[in-house]
Design a binder for this molecule. Structure first.
Ligand code: DGY
Length: 332
């Protein structure tokens, strides 16, 4: 397997958990220290002193942490998103950043489309009615949901995952697909099945037309807080907002205002500005919010595939090879 045949063992620090077979791949080639920085940050920081490779997820790696890791050559994230990493500092120090694109696209698209369905058809609310023994008669108008099929979906962000959501919407549910991205996607080469079925649309036109606005934006200086009061105010009355990208792209106070005072009917959220969602957050109990605990890629198969790709990336860089999926920190 790529990167497996290495020379001298290097110091590798795992932050978080890896599946046993993937940890074994690392241990077969390198000297591995497994840490849990959330539980014991001091042990993690001490391990950084020797680290040449770092692999893990869901923990912010700051420039100050990089200062404690003078030998570091590669950071391999078990995620596609790279917002937990200081891109400029990694670039300056010549440290390679790797991530896990591709292997999670269909799974995240399943989650986001499922969340859209659950929110529009009020599935969690109505499942609770059954569980709590409150199903006493056929549901009436007050508990009706809203159709998904043949409606208009507006995708903010149209990368691989956005395109996978668009395929579900257009080919499975007969929906009209509008998308907003920095530039139009060449559908003929990138997503031929969407030719004639997805339209690049300016935000000012997409927001008032979409019955479902689905945000799939990465978090960057440009997108932080992008979904603000001004944009929510432009959304169609009675529309539903779904966020499957990053929570901090949304001004949550503005979202709550749009839910309570219009134009939004409901929201389905897999991601939040602060995770885990603080118990005091009004989004946790809002009757028209369907909240999920950031489960976009969280299936057994996909999380394993992500870990396997992250280990491959790390082994490749430590062996002096090109990583399968290096992130271009210079372009950030
Ligand atoms: C990612 O990989 O960035 C997803 O958000 C997984 O949690």
């Amino acid at each position: 397997m790529a990167g497996e045949a290495v020379g001298t063992p290097k110091h590798v620090v795992v932050f978080g958990a890896l599946p046993p077979d993937q940890l074994a791949r690392l241990q077969a080639a390198h000297q591995v220290t497994v840490t849990n920085p959330k539980a014991d940050p001091a042990a993690f920081e001490a391990a950084l002193a020797q680290a040449e490779g770092l692999i893990g997820a869901s923990y912010p790696i700051t420039p100050a942490l990089l200062d404690k890791a003078p030998r570091l050559r590669v950071v391999s994230s078990v995620s596609v998103g790279v917002d937990n990493y200081p891109l400029a500092a990694l670039q300056q120090r010549g440290i390679v950043l790797c991530h896990t694109p591709g292997v999670l696209d269909e799974t995240v698209a399943d989650t986001v489309f499922g969340l859209l369905m659950a929110t529009s058809r009020r599935m969690v609310e109505l499942a609770n009615l059954v569980r709590e023994g409150r199903w006493a008669k056929s549901v009436g108008e007050d508990l009706y949901g809203w159709d998904v099929h043949h409606k208009t979906i507006g995708l903010l962000g149209f990368g691989r995952i956005g395109q996978a959501i668009a395929r579900r919407a257009a080919l499975g549910f007969g929906m009209q697909v509008l998308y907003h991205a920095r530039r139009p996607v060449d559908l003929a080469t990138q997503a031929p099945e969407l030719v004639g079925k997805a339209t690049h649309t300016p935000l000012a036109e997409l927001l008032p037309r979409a019955d479902f606005v689905v945000a799939m934006l990465p978090l960057s200086d440009t997108t932080r807080g992008m979904l603000n009061a001004e944009l929510f105010a432009q959304m169609k009355p009675g529309s539903i907002f779904i966020n499957g990208g990053r929570g901090a792209t949304v001004d949550e106070a503005a979202l709550l205002h749009a839910l309570d005072h219009g134009p939004l009917r409901a929201a389905g959220l897999d991601v939040f500005a602060k995770e885990p969602l603080p118990t005091a957050s009004p989004l946790r109990t809002h009757p028209r919010v369907t909240p999920l605990p950031h489960i976009g890629s969280a299936t057994a198969e996909t999380r394993h595939a992500m870990a396997a790709l992250a280990v491959t990336n790390l082994l490749q860089v430590l062996a002096g090879e090109q990583a399968t999926a290096a992130y271009d920190t210079a372009a950030a």
